[in-house]
Design a protein. Structure first.
Length: 115
């Protein structure tokens, strides 16, 4: 099986945006079965972005509890809104960068598991 490198990177960033399960499936597949060493850099970048937003979501959850106990709901709303806009923007920028590379090289995956 073959896939263009830029489309694999786009798929990686989109799966990281969608959540933990799609990112674990697609990122794990690319990590385990792709023999090309060029895959490590976009995997590391996508994982770093993903974990950064996981930490930001945890902070948002803590701040939501604090602000709702204090009766200040608008701060929590705006923090969540800015976090969502930042998430969409960052993943879109990285996907567009991957798309604009327009590579003609392919990642190849083994057809069978005979190693």
């Amino acid at each position: 099986m073959k896939i263009k490198k830029n489309w694999a990177h786009i798929l990686l960033y989109v799966s990281a945006y969608l959540g933990a399960i799609p990112f674990a499936l697609i990122g794990g597949f690319l990590f385990l079965y792709c023999k090309d060493p060029d895959i490590k850099s976009p995997l590391r970048t996508a994982l770093t972005i993903f974990l950064t937003f996981v930490a930001a979501d945890a902070l948002h959850l803590i701040l939501t509890d604090i602000f709702s106990a204090a009766g200040i709901y608008t701060v929590s709303f705006w923090f969540g809104f800015v976090l969502d806009i930042a998430r969409i923007t960052i993943y879109a920028v990285f996907a567009v960068i991957a798309f604009s590379q327009n590579q003609t090289e392919y990642y190849t995956f083994p057809a069978s598991q005979q190693e």
